[in-house]
Design a protein around this ligand. Structure first.
Ligand code: SF4
Ligand code: SF4
Length: 145
């Protein structure tokens, strides 16, 4: 895989509707709280599940995400890192097969300008830095959304 194409499609919310979890960094939590006019503590109490190594958004009953509206993300300018970087996740850009499989759910894959693989891998490395609890040693079994 030398180069990719991607352009997020207006009005699409398919990735947000996939089964899985949305993980946050501490900075993601503070930014989303500020965006909603809440303190980080209030935001965490209401929306976040914290384990020893990870923070993730709580899921409302029968839906994938509290912030998913019909026409998009209610916290779009402050959305979590994994949402902002999708589909440039390490497990997707490092595997042609995984990228092609993801193209079945994401209509933005294959659209837009050419992106060199080096640029895509650089973006993916931001994921690894942001979520050491997911990409660090021994973290392979944890699932992202
Ligand atoms: S599925 Fe793809 S095109 Fe649709 S919102 Fe997600 S990233 Fe954008
Ligand atoms: S936080 Fe926003 S972008 Fe992320 S899954 Fe929820 S609705 Fe989608």
């Amino acid at each position: 895989m030398d180069e990719l194409r991607f352009a997020c499609q207006p009005g699409c919310t398919r990735c947000c509707n996939q089964q899985g979890f949305v993980y946050l960094t501490e900075e993601d939590l503070r930014r989303a709280a500020w965006f909603l006019g809440l303190t980080p503590q209030q935001f965490e109490r209401q929306f976040v599940y914290r384990t020893r190594h990870l923070l993730r958004l709580r899921k409302p009953r029968g839906r994938q995400c509290h912030f998913l509206l019909e026409d998009g993300c209610a916290i779009h300018p402050a959305k979590p890192t994994q949402c902002r970087l999708f589909p440039f996740w390490p497990e997707l850009v490092e595997s042609r097969r995984a990228w092609q499989q993801t193209a079945r759910l994401c209509p933005g894959i294959g659209q837009g300008p050419l992106i060199q693989i080096g640029t895509a891998l650089e973006t993916a490395s931001e994921m690894k830095q942001a979520y050491p609890g997911l990409y660090g040693r021994g973290a392979g079994a944890r699932r992202r959304r």
